[in-house]
Structure formats: C-alpha cells, structure tokens
Design a protein around this ligand. Sequence first.
Ligand code: HEC
Length: 140
Amino acid sequence: MTKRLIIVLCVSFLAAGCGGNSTNQKPSADTALADSNAAAKTPESAMENSNTISIMTSTDEGATLIVKNDCRNCHKEREKLIGPAFSDIAKRYGHYDIDSLAAKIIKGGSGHWGDAAMSPHPSLSITDARVIVRFILKYK
Ligand code: HEC
C-alpha cells in the first residue's frame, strides 16, 4: 500500500515537473522572429499574410503575372508610386470588386485615386486580370 502511494506521489511529482517545464517553453522573441522569417521564406501562398507577402518570393500566379507585365513601373507593394500602393488598393476594395478592378486594369483609366491614369492592358485576359486582383487584395 505504501509502495503504491510512493509511486502515485512520484508520478504526480513528475507530472507537476512537466507542467512546470512547459510554462518555461514559451517561444522567446528570437524563436518568434525566426518563425516569421520562416513564414516569409516559405513559398506556400497559404503562409502569406499582408505583412510577409512579396511579389518576388510569392509563388502565386498573380505575382508572376505582375512581374511579367508592366505593373511595377507604376505600382509598388506598400508605397504609392504613379499608381496607388497594392496595400492601399487592398484596403479600399473587397472581394465584390474583383470583376470591376480586373476590367479597369484591362481598360485603364483614372479618377479613383487622382488625376494620374493607368495605361490600358488589352493583351491581358479577364481571367489573368482577376488572378492579379485576387493577389493584390492579399495586401490588406
Ligand atoms: C502607367 C502607369 C500604370 C501602369 C503601367 C499600371 N497601373 Fe495600375 N494604376 C495606375 C494609376 C495612376 C491608378 C489610379 C487610377 C485611378 O485613379 O482611377 C491605377 C490603379 C490601379 C488599380 C485600382 C483601380 C481602381 O479603380 O481603384 C489596380 C487594381 C491596378 N492599378 C492594377 C494594376 C496592374 C495589375 C497593372 C499591371 C498589369 C497596372 N495596374 C499597371 C497606374 C498604372
């Protein structure tokens, strides 16, 4: 009977020990940083969020299309250039605007952000334009 009690006490002591350790295993700031770097480098689009997303590292087809076209002559990811930043576009628009934005990229135009005009992109298919818009909207 005493033996059993000792075993029970030992087991609960070990369990408490483990519990104690696990509270010490909170990720340090360093690990958290390493994690977010890892996320930035992981080419899975599922890992992307508005802070880590990048045209240069993304495997999203939308990013590839942006690189292939002239978009970066006028647009930057997070700063205004001649056209608005992708992050500002993402903040202003939502899912319901995908079709109208895709059409605007193909037709070009001005008036929504100021007097500067976007050149038309008639060689871009509406499907590809939608893929690009979906990618831009990830910069929320
Ligand atoms: C000649 C410069 C230029 C190029 C090249 C360009 N844009 Fe633009 N873009 C602009 C300007 C200027 C605006 C703001 C238009 C406005 O005020 O309505 C704009 C607006 C946009 C908008 C928001 C439209 C709206 O109605 O709010 C999207 C989306 C966009 N551009 C995507 C693209 C994509 C994708 C490409 C490449 C295929 C591209 N742009 C190429 C200048 C450009």
